[in-house]
Design a protein around this ligand. Structure first.
Ligand code: GLV
Length: 295
């Protein structure tokens, strides 16, 4: 029996994972190439088909929180359990990015960055945090951590999850909408023209989940029309974002290269190792994905 470590990381990241996993699992054999003896795969966003030809595979432990790509890979046998990464350090990193985005919107810091580039000295009226209601889409661990951090900073926060009924009525009350939903067939394209129209004029969108939640043309139209004030985007339909995409140069868009919350290898290796130990002990696995639900 051995554990395959595979995915899209550079050699330095891979070596860090290997060192941490070996330390946490001294009795296990870790390999970097698939072979017949592999019964556990620890994966970081692996390319489609990377888990083929593993007849003994009994657990796929994702090092990423979002498992939409794994679930879309039909070469993975349907009976193999998939666990997603639930990493407290990653949740905190997400809360930091969300707080930065919301504070920047509250205090016009994105506008001041643009003004600096144009040599413009123009103070804006100062708003209080309690004047900026925030709606967090997603009631998972990340959504909850983000909501808590924003509430501590004085923002009125509400949350919406897919089980809370129609989204549109919730959108109208928020000055900032933060997307932290899992990407599933039910949430793909959820931020479409109708959702954007339901947002209050002058509201902003912060997408820290997946690019495919958003209909890009609808978002660009809402920004161009001045209906939305700003979009902060960390994730895109295609990554890296193609250089010709309008988001790159749109004055109302602030974008990040999918860095809102990386898995923190130091804490996540322990999370992955704990699930490996559960499997070896025949104990129930943690953070299993419900394939029918899609996350
Ligand atoms: C990053 O996007 C992740 O899903 O972990």
């Amino acid at each position: 029996m051995s554990i395959l470590l595979t995915g899209r990381f550079d050699a330095g990241e891979r070596d860090e994972w290997l060192t941490l996993l070996r330390a946490a699992l001294p009795a296990e054999t870790l390999v970097l190439e698939a072979d017949e003896g592999v019964d556990i795969a620890i994966v970081a966003n692996p390319p489609r088909g990377a888990l083929q030809g593993l007849p003994k595979l009994a657990l796929i432990q994702s090092l990423w929180a979002g498992v939409d790509k794994l679930l879309a890979d039909d070469s993975i046998p349907a009976q193999v359990p998939i666990a997603r990464m639930v990493d407290p350090a990653m949740n905190e990193a997400m809360a930091e990015t969300a707080l930065w985005a919301v504070l920047s919107l509250q205090r016009d810091f994105f506008d001041y960055a643009r003004q600096q580039a144009a040599l413009q000295w123009r103070p804006h009226p100062q708003r209080r945090a309690d004047e900026l209601p925030v709606l967090v889409l997603g009631r998972g661990q990340m959504g909850a951590t983000v909501a808590r951090r924003l509430a501590v900073n004085g923002f009125p926060v509400t949350a919406w999850g897919s089980r809370d009924g129609a989204l549109a009525p919730h959108l109208a009350a928020a000055a900032v909408v933060i997307n932290l939903l899992p990407l599933t067939p039910a949430t793909r394209g959820i931020v479409d023209a109708a959702a954007l129209a339901a947002m209050r004029p002058g509201a902003s969108l912060v997408n820290l989940a997946r690019g495919a939640h958003v209909v890009d043309d609808a978002l660009l139209a809402a920004l161009d029309a001045g209906h939305l004030r700003h979009a902060v985007l960390d994730v895109f339909h295609q990554e890296p974002l193609p250089s010709e995409h309008r988001f790159w140069s749109h004055p109302r868009v602030t974008l990040l290269p999918h860095v809102a919350a990386a898995t923190d290898a130091r804490s996540a290796a322990a999370v992955a190792a704990a699930n490996v130990k559960r499997l070896r002990a025949g104990a129930p696995l943690a953070d299993l994905v419900d394939r029918a639900r899609g996350y």
